[in-house]
Design a protein around this ligand. Sequence first.
Ligand SMILES: Nc1ncnc2c1ncn2[C@@H]1O[C@H](COP(=O)(O)OP(=O)(O)O)[C@@H](O)[C@H]1O
Ligand SMILES: [Mg+2]
Length: 363
Amino acid sequence: MTQVQLEKVCKYFGETKAVDNVDLLVNDGEFMVLLGPSGCGKTTTLRLIAGLEKPTSGLILFDGEPVNELEPKDRRVAMVFQDYALYPHMKVFDNMALSLQVRGMPREEIRRRVLETAELLGIKHLLERKPGQLSGGEQQRVALGRAIVREPSVFLMDEPLSNLDAALRARMRGELKKLHERLKTTTIYVTHDQVEAMVMASRIAVMRNGRIQQIGSPQEIYSRPANRFVAEFVGSPKMNIFDAVVVTDDKNLKITTGAFDIDIPASMAQRILDRVLDREVMIGIRPEDIEVSTTYKEGYIEAEIYLVENIGNLSFITFEVDDVLIVAQAPPSFELGAKDKAYFRMSTAKLHIFDKKTEELII
Ligand SMILES: Nc1ncnc2c1ncn2[C@@H]1O[C@H](COP(=O)(O)OP(=O)(O)O)[C@@H](O)[C@H]1O
Ligand SMILES: [Mg+2]
């Protein structure tokens, strides 16, 4: 069991700042997910922790001890790669056993560990096959098994589910989570898939352009995103964001977008007044925090429906107000369609206000 810490870690490839001043503390036994779009530095961060890359600057510590100078084999980490990287000419058993054989472990001990792990992953019946005779999901388990037999202090997983079809991916993410609950090994898991991050992580570190944007529990990241990038990256359909100004009229505070106004309740106004008044801001609100009605109700805004998408258990209604498109969530029974008029109301308690220039959360 190991705590992993990165202190001001940078990794440059020529002009490219792949990892830019990253501070990260992964607690013992934690399941930390690095989440971000392609090219944001996730793989490089994992490779730095594994020792496959040397940082340009900064420290990497395991349990408080710097490991910058340690070879990968001396770090007690096991990495699971996106493409599995199995040896095609070796049977599953030998793929799983190889790293232990290299270490010179006694044959009986190797056999015991491989069988135990195969049992755990439900792949005992595959041990005599070669990778080419396995489905994608089975290969993925073997790759995982190969990491588990080593009994590492830290698992590093680089998008291990991204080559599986959607149904299998959903099942495997559940199984990986169960596996972590059982083994409790510190895990750093890389993905660009926000759903995967939300359901698996103890905490998520959101990355962009080599930098960490926010670290927090899935719930914190979702309900209190630190900036516009995080707000839009997590959640599907994504958070509505539009330009606005906060103004007062007759002591009431309201947000005006040009297309429509939102009144701020007095209780909230007191709290935010000095931070937002007369400032150019961006307002964010998630689709589920907008109420929809087919008939007029007090405080609702009338708008034309641009699009209705029914996904079975939910409908997403896109309204068009002037040039602004606003997506709201409604029950699947919502019966209106495009060009119909309907009404919406934004739940002010669920509004996020971002600074227009810095895109950082104000409130
Ligand atoms: N070996 C390398 N040489 C040069 N540039 C690299 C190398 N590895 C990664 N990069 C660059 O570093 C950035 C981060 O890459 P990577 O860590 O692979 O991102 P991610 O895994 O988030 O997609 C990208 O711009 C990528 O092109
Ligand atoms: Mg990558």
